[in-house]
Design a protein around this ligand. Structure first.
Ligand code: ATP
Ligand code: MG
Length: 1051
């Protein structure tokens, strides 16, 4: 028989199976002790399933430890009261099946283990029974699992809700809108292979029978800069790659596209068009089918694909400068396709791409663009075309989701359930306009969250007639005002600077900010900061002290991004488009409208205010998502990363507010039902009002007045320990009840069948003997319960006769259980908490265990793997925290050759230890030339095919220089006295960390790698390294080699 241990208060069920110890529930003390101890150690092992039950609820460490314990056991969900905290498992846990859905339907939120479906069901039932609109707000940082949670919720409703009487297709449309929106709005980033690059709020409408009958989507701030640029290791939006991989030959031919994404400049900026975790071909099939479900006609699909293809062609439009430095389009073929796909006049488009139309005193003037301006205009057009198409797409989906029954009388009784999947706080090394908007959004949502949480707490207390004790909390209105206030807020100042005539720049905007908000306690700049803080702020930066922490923003690009200008003649050209989608996206009224369009920040602010209004009108539920590690790996719990998220999600503040009054509250009926067996007066039935029964029960249990309060319909318990003691008493009681039931059952059979009676009697005798033995060890029946409970309550007191038995038992079982709870590998830092008396022994055992694991691990390492680890360790020593693209190199294995074909041996029998393709920049004109770098036992050899171009003996290699940015350039310094040498060598390798680590090890120059901040010396020249938006290596006017490298941590 298996023992069942049920943990309160949320009823997580853990089966503790003792295969070798058939559990004799009838025997009294042993069975009881085992069960009780299992309950205690289970709680120790898997933590509490509601953070409000943490004894030390103000401790962040205790919070994280609880998360860790649960995560280790694959328990990814934990509550903070009604808020669900979810940790991304990065593996399929098989917890979203139809059976799971059924398990959570119609049960009380707290009586089942925490789960997303519990939230889904609670929200749905409230919607149906109270007929109040609901909203589930899902937040968390990129990769934390917001979109997955949204999809699971939708699936839950699609599968468990009744089908509508008419228009059953709406369920499919709701589900199928996802792949389409994801294709156009999601992309692979460094953080998430399917990252949503827009915020999404989706309403699902239910009729009075609870069937989904319609839906509506709002989207926020699509990251359109991605259309023209992607950081290293990231991709453009999925749809481009899907179309190229999965599109039919005929379609591609019509669109003038080649299948290879490498042919399109907009697709290769991040250098990772192909990703192993993504199957573009099959995803395209899904999208194609979904488009049909959401009512796209074949013509509409064609029009849409024409636009997608036109963006790719736009990216390949090149310009050359004529004698007057004016830009001319040189890629006729692309222009031809563009003209056709966008259905515009070829000459108009050509002119619009190379000229700017200015209206001065009613007259139109055409001013030619230079190369840089033309590229800017081209990119602005691509971004505008794509982002407006995205907005159109959302509108199109909305038309398909709109309830067809809007006219019917039942329409008035529909209710709405909103799902908000929106970006969480973003704090990067380099924060720009986008982070500013996103963090402002989080600030607003946090304000709403605290307001609503406090409000609902207060309302509950009021409804229950319990005095409200004011809760101290941080009100972030002051920060919201700083950003959004009219005339004085940052957005107003930014807009003013964007609109004013004259030379406005990002820096004049910063100065204006400094003038206007300099006294604000949450605002800081280099100029305003004190001596010490000033060091951490650049001159072009400002810092906001958000509710969650400080974020420093660089003002570079703020004006440009906020203005988001598209030259007038490009707009005119697009307004003339005959592509039906384009003509809806570019409306002619825009041209005649004299008013300047709203800036991006103001548009965003307005849409946020609208969102807050929507959410305020609904009953909120929250899902807070956490990502356990940056490597997208299952089982890895990166504490630093998690601590950061706990902070930025405001979880500790949430817990503090929730725990300010009472840790636990439950309806009288539910409480009495669960614990009535603990009191003779309430067991087996209580005839009076449940409230009176609970009063009798808690008096019997000895609750002190300060430990609880009786509300109108609920009991409120202040401390978790009171609840745990009650729960433990219940466990003991259950076992003794089981004994009685078993005895009664035996009696029944005794009367029925003589032989059975006889056997039962023998069993009974046997039981009595064992029970007697147990009794002689100290405990039987009711006395045993008392000893255990008293022992448990006094477990923190010094050893005394009352707790001795309990303490001994805890020790023994700690040691016995330890075997099953040992850490799984050297990186697993878990260890069960020992009882106080065993702390020292536990520490010694832990050391022994770790040594043993380390020893075993070392023995199992192969020589190749050892070499790999040694090289990785050297790379870490040289580059960690010093070079921007070092983190990207960590998960990639170092290998011995990057060449498909090794050049012929340099000398017979001499094989290179390492070979990699490099680009060599010559020292005079910095012309790039393709070469191969080989490491032999004695020298670095630069080869062109099989021809040796240069050989640097390790003895002559004095050092290596490299920049701290994400570029892959490096300089090999050669001894100046060595006349055979031509001087320092400037090279570039796509595997720069690997190449330099191997070179440094082979030449014994690990301590001679210089990582430069801005300028790299070459013997014959200088290299200037500057951070920028994309990688650019050019010869500058001052004769230096100019290297601009992107920061990988920016959005
Ligand atoms: N509950 C889950 N079970 C299994 N895997 C999950 C779960 N949640 C998330 N994942 C995994 O994590 C990945 C990232 O999740 P998701 O796309 O939902 O993140 P996100 O919070 O929406 O991030 P972003 O802000 O970048 O859009 C998913 O593609 C999936 O592989
Ligand atoms: Mg997402």
């Amino acid at each position: 028989m298996a023992l069942q241990v049920e943990l309160v208060p949320t009823g997580e069920i853990i089966r503790v199976v003792h295969p070798h110890r058939p559990c004799k529930l009838a025997l009294g003390s042993d069975g009881v002790r085992v069960t009780m101890e299992s309950a205690l150690t289970a709680r120790d092992r898997v933590g509490v399933q509601d953070f409000v039950l943490l004894e030390n609820f103000t401790s962040e460490a205790a919070f994280i430890e609880n998360l860790r314990r649960r995560f280790r056991e694959n328990l990814i969900y934990t509550y903070i009261g009604p808020v669900l905290v979810s940790v991304n498992p990065y593996r399929d846990l098989q917890i979203y099946s139809r059976q799971h859905m059924e398990r959570y339907r119609g049960v009380s939120f707290y009586e089942v283990p925490p789960h997303l479906f519990a939230v889904a069901d609670t929200v749905y039932r409230a919607l149906r029974t109270e007929r109040r609109d609901q909203a589930v707000m899902i937040s968390g940082e990129s990769g934390a699992g917001k979109t997955e949670a949204t999809k699971r919720l939708l699936q839950f409703y699609a599968e468990t809700c009744p089908a509508p009487e008419r228009g059953g297709a709406v369920r499919d449309r709701l589900l199928q809108s996802n792949p389409v929106l994801e294709a156009f709005g999601n992309a692979k980033t460094l953080r998430n292979d399917n990252s949503s690059r827009f915020g999404k709020y989706m309403d699902v409408q239910f009729d009075f029978k609870g069937a989904p009958v319609g839906g509506h989507i709002l989207s926020y701030l699509l990251e359109k800069s991605r259309v023209v640029h992607q950081n290293h290791g990231e991709r453009n939006f999925h749809v481009f790659y899907q179309l190229l991989e999965g599109g039919e030959e005929e379609t591609l031919r019509r669109l003038g596209l080649e299948r290879n994404p490498q042919s399109y400049l907009y697709l290769v900026k991040g250098q990772c068009a192909k990703v192993s975790s993504i199957n573009d071909k099959s995803d395209w099939k899904v999208v194609r089918k979904a488009l049909t479900v959401i009512d796209f006609t074949e013509d509409e699909v064609e029009d849409l694909l024409s636009i997608v293809a036109s963006v790719l062609h736009l990216g390949n439009i090149h310009f050359a400068a004529d004698e007057e430095s004016n830009a001319q389009v040189t890629t006729e073929n692309q222009l031809k396709y563009l003209t056709r796909l966008l259905s515009v006049e070829g000459s108009t488009l050509r002119e619009a791409l190379t000229h700017r139309k200015i209206i001065a005193k009613g007259e139109e003037l055409l001013s030619p663009l230079n190369l840089e301006q033309a590229a800017y205009a081209r990119d602005a057009l691509a971004k505008a075309v794509y982002s407006r198409t995205f907005t159109w797409l959302v509108g199109k989906i909305n038309r398909s989701l709109a309830s067809k029954d809007a006219e019917s009388p039942s329409w008035r009784s529909t209710t709405v359930l909103g799902l908000l999947d929106i970006y969480g706080f973003e704090v990067f090394q380099h924060n720009s306009f986008e982070q500013f908007c996103i963090n402002y959004c989080n600030e607003k949502l946090q304000q709403l969250f605290i307001e609503l949480t406090l409000k609902s707490e207060q309302e509950e207390y009021e409804a229950e007639g319990i005095a409200w004790e004011p809760v101290q909390y941080f009100n972030n209105k002051i920060i919201c005002d700083l950003v959004e206030e009219k005339f004085k807020g940052i957005i107003s100042i930014l807009d003013e600077e964007c609109l004013r005539p004259g030379e406005a720049t990002d820096l004049t905007f910063l100065e204006k900010l400094e003038d206007t908000v300099k006294h604000h306690p949450h605002f800081l700049t280099h100029k305003l900061a004190d001596q010490r803080t000033r060091k951490s702020l650049g001159r072009g930066e400002f810092r906001l002290l958000h509710y969650a922490g400080e974020v420093t923003y660089s003002v570079t690009g703020f004006l440009d991004k906020n203005n988001d200008l598209l030259f007038r003649n490009l707009k005119e050209t697009m307004c003339s488009s005959k592509n039906p989608i384009m003509s809806q996206c570019f409306d002619r009224s825009e041209l005649s409208d004299k008013k300047r369009p709203e800036t991006v920040a103001t548009q965003f602010k307005m849409s946020l205010l609208q969102l807050v209004e929507i959410l305020q009108s609904k009953e909120p539920a929250y899902v807070r998502c956490i990502k356990p590690n940056d490597a997208k790996q299952p089982g890895r719990f990166d504490e630093v990363l998690i601590r950061h998220q706990v902070k930025y999600l405001g979880l500790m503040e949430n817990l503090r507010v929730r725990r300010a009054g009472f840790a636990y509250r439950r309806k009288y009926e539910a409480f009495l039902q669960r614990y009535k067996s603990l009191c003779p007066e309430t067991w087996p039935t209580w005839a009076g009002r449940p409230q009176d029964g609970v009063a009798v029960l808690v008096r019997h249990l000895g609750y002190k007045p300060e430990e609880y309060k009786m509300g109108r319909t609920k009991i409120f318990i202040r401390f978790p320990k009171t609840l745990f003691a009650t729960e433990d008493a219940l466990e003991v009681r259950r076992q003794s009840l089981a004994t009685k039931i078993q005895a009664a059952w035996r009696g029944f059979h005794w009367r029925q069948k003589f032989l059975r009676v006889k056997r039962s009697a023998i069993c009974g005798l046997h039981d009595i003997v064992v029970a007697w033995n147990a009794g002689t060890r100290g405990l039987v029946g009711a006395a045993e319960q008392g000893v255990l409970i008293r022992g448990f309550i006094l477990r923190h007191a010094p050893r005394c006769p009352e707790n001795a038995f309990f303490l001994d038992h805890v020790r023994t079982s700690f040691l016995l259980n330890l075997r099953r709870q040992l850490p799984r590998n050297v990186l697993d830092t878990s260890w069960p908490t020992p009882p106080p008396a065993l702390r020292e022994a536990s520490e010694l055992l832990r050391e022994l265990c770790i040594k043993n694991m380390v020893w075993k691990y070392c023995r199992s390492i192969s020589p190749e793997w050892k070499q790999q680890l040694q090289q990785k360790a050297v790379a870490s020593e040289i580059f960690k925290g010093k070079k921007d693209n070092y983190p990207q190199s960590v998960p990639r294995l170092f290998i011995s050759t990057r060449l498909e074909l090794l050049p012929k041996p340099l000398q017979p029998g001499l094989c290179p230890q390492y070979a990699v393709p490099v680009v060599k920049y010559d020292r005079k004109g910095y012309k790039p030339r393709s070469r191969q770098l080989l490491l032999t036992p004695n020298a670095v050899v630069i080869v062109e095919d099989a021809k040796v171009k240069q050989r640097i003996d390790y003895a002559n290699l004095t050092g290596i220089s490299v920049s701290s940015l994400s570029d892959s350039l490096f300089v090999l310094h050669v001894q100046r006295e060595d006349n055979k040498q031509k001087g320092d060598v400037v090279l570039q390798s796509d595997h720069v960390i690997e190449t330099l680590t191997k070179t440094a090890i082979s030449a014994d120059r690990v301590n001679n790698v210089n990582i430069n901040q801005g300028r790299g010396p070459g013997r014959d020249g200088t290299i200037d390294f500057t951070p920028g938006s994309e990688l650019l290596i050019t010869k500058a006017k001052n004769g230096h080699l100019a290297v601009v490298a992107p920061r990988l941590n920016s959005r």
